[in-house]
Design a binder for this molecule. Structure first.
Ligand code: F6R
Length: 609
């Protein structure tokens, strides 16, 4: 949630901040702001809504030259999206940008108000800057001898008092040559720029690519003080590394939306994800060893949103193929239920970003309980990959569309491969069965290639599915999690009510809703429980629900029909149907005039509870 950037150097500070915020805008776009420091003058610009509003404001202003600046793009947590609540937040002479949540902000605010501080926003963030000034004012009252020391100490004292998750950049007229920074729970990267004496900050690496010479992905509890003379870290727990130099994969490549580009990319990224992992007769993962299953009797999976749906899909595969007991939970529920964790459990978390707060906390709990942990993740060097015992990267490339697409297909591919890898270790699969699964796996990239006719069909159908009182996406077995994913996509970007449901459950209640205004999207694969789901759809059709069937086989009761290809494996049907559902929700969203890449109220990477 939220994105932050910072700059020290002689290049165009404003440009770095605005370009960087553009890269991070997908993380939150309720408001944006920058603070620019020139000697002891600070110019601040804030605007509600998308970044373009801020850019317009900045372009219409008289700008000076600045050698220090900080910026923020916001996804509101505490306090409504208003200009007053936009970052950077001001004390009397300092500004702060913050990503995360200060959990003890209420008590701090009360204390500071009693000490005479005046607050103007409803945010938790504002306490940081007042706390800093409170400590600094006190220190300066006691001694003016070493003001620099007082300022540094005031920052350290401030950090000591904060609870929750936070990455922070703070600038102050009290020492206008510096950016004070700290990371705890939310991501922050500090970099040496390519130009002399340049220091760059960003909450993820996209704004730094091409501009940073080397970077430190800050660990929790690490912070420091940066100036053009260098970076002073407050602890030794850091190391420098380099970044990829190419940004091209972050552009839209002629597609209308990042989401569309990412749907189309799925075939190639899934190929990348399989590269070197499918050998002649088996699956190989360099990242793990067969001993990973030593002493393991059970798998527990934790994830959120789309990643949860990938996990739920895999729970069928781990039991069916690997013959390992497998359970899955939504991370936000898992955390507070006092779960029974035993060391014979392999704990798997799944996350595109590797930063989702609830999933990260679940991982911490599992580690604390001494479980073996594995993360399936798209972002290397993210908090989860640094914490888990083992990491398998999904290699999907940067995912920019807020609605997750290629993350899901690569996660599912990895998890299917993993279930076969475990099946081999457990000797729970025959040689012939393993070979036929590998054969099917190799076909996945092909099943993700988008047929123009299918895309056209979803465009045409989107006209019909704009109204009505709701959607049911139904499927059985792994097509149930796929139905959940289809419904989630539609909700996210079309703002239409949709539910994913196990097809066999409809008659236990929801069928009461059936009428022509209820749209049923029925996933009817040829290779898995076809007759069973057919009966379930017939029941809905008999009660006049409007039926849109996705299937390779004719179904005479369909009001609309999207024909997928005949294949020999249900997982290939799964991937093809996934694309259909992604395209359908995107085209409905387009027809409704919504912002496909930045749907309302959402943000990429949910780093708050
Ligand atoms: C849906 C979506 C979210 C994420 C969820 C978990 O399109 O993007 O539901 O899947 O917030 O995020 P990660 O996978 O980064 O942990």
């Amino acid at each position: 949630m939220c994105g932050i950037v910072g700059y020290i150097g002689k290049q165009d500070t404003t440009k770095f901040l605005l370009d960087g915020l553009k890269e991070l805008e997908y993380r939150g776009y309720d408001s944006a702001g920058i603070a620019l420091l020139n000697k002891d003058k600070i110019d601040v610009f804030k605007a509600l809504g998308k970044l373009n509003n801020l850019i317009e404001k900045v372009e219409n202003s008289d700008l000076g030259t600045y050698e220090i600046g900080i910026g923020h793009t916001r996804w509101a947590t505490h306090g409504k999206p208003t200009e007053l609540n936009a970052h950077p937040h001001l004390g009397e002479y300092s500004y702060v940008v913050h990503n995360g949540i200060i959990e003890n902000y209420k008590e701090l605010k009360e204390e500071l108000i009693n000490a005479g501080h005046k607050f103007v926003s409803q945010t938790d963030t504002e306490v940081i800057v007042h706390l800093f000034e409170n400590y600094l004012n006190k220190a300066n009252e006691q001694s003016q001898e070493n003001k620099v020391n007082n300022t540094n100490q005031a920052f350290k004292d401030t950090i000591e008092r904060l609870e929750g998750a936070f990455s922070i950049l703070l600038i102050s007229k009290a020492d206008p040559t510096k950016i004070f920074f700290f990371k705890h729970g939310s991501p922050l990267i500090v970099a040496r720029g390519k130009e002399d004496n340049e220091v760059l900050f960003a909450s993820s690496d996209a704004p730094l690519i091409g501009l940073a010479k080397e970077v430190v992905y800050l660990e929790d509890g690490v912070g420091g003080i940066a100036s053009k003379n260098g970076i002073e870290f407050l602890s030794d727990d850091y190391s420098w590394s380099t970044l990829p130099t190419s940004k091209q994969f972050a552009q839209k490549d002629g597609f209308r939306f990042f989401m569309e580009k990412e749907i189309y990319e799925q075939s190639s990224v899934v190929s990348d994800c399989m590269l070197g992992r499918i050998q002649d007769e088996e699956i190989l993962f360099d990242e793990i060893e067969e001993s990973i299953l030593d002493g393991i009797k059970e798998i527990k999976i934790c994830a959120c949103g789309t990643s949860f749906h990938a996990g739920l899909t895999s729970s069928y595969l781990f039991e069916r193929l690997s013959k390992i007991k497998c359970s899955i939970e939504v991370a936000s529920e898992f955390r507070y239920k006092e779960p029974m964790l035993t060391k014979d459990t392999l704990f798997i978390v799944i996350s595109q970003s590797g930063e989702t707060a609830d999933t990260l906390e679940a991982l911490k709990m599992a580690k604390k309980a001494g479980l073996k942990t594995l993360v399936i993740c798209n972002v290397d060097n993210s908090s989860m990959t640094r914490m888990a015992d083992f990491t398998i990267l999904t290699r999907a490339g940067i995912e920019k569309g807020v609605a997750s697409t290629k993350a899901f297909s690569t996660q599912t591919a990895v998890l299917w491969m993993l279930s076969l890898y475990f099946a081999k270790i457990n000797a729970s699969i025959s040689f012939e069965k393993l070979q036929s699964e590998l054969l099917a796996l190799r076909e996945v990239p092909k099943s993700l290639i988008i047929d123009d006719k299918i895309h056209e069909k979803t465009k045409r159908l989107s006209k019909r599915y704009l109204h009505g009182h709701g959607f049911f996406f139904i499927g059985r077995d792994v097509f149930f999690p796929l139905a959940l994913e289809g419904a989630l996509k539609l909700k996210e970007i079309s703002y239409l009510h949709a539910e994913g449901y196990p097809a066999g459950e409809m008659k236990h209640g929801p069928i009461a809703l059936a009428d022509p205004e209820l749209f049923t999207i029925a996933l009817m694969p040829q290779n898995l429980l076809y007759d069973k789901i057919k009966s379930n759809v017939e029941e809905l059709s008999a009660r006049d629900s409007t039926i849109c069937t996705v299937s390779p086989l004719d179904f005479e009761l369909s009001d609309d029909f999207i024909r997928t290809q005949e294949t020999s494996h249900y997982m290939l049907e799964f991937f093809e149907m996934l694309v259909v559902l992604q395209l359908l929700s995107m085209e409905i969203s387009v027809r409704l005039g919504n912002d496909v890449d930045m749907p309302r109220n959402l943000a990429k990477s949910v780093t708050v509870e």
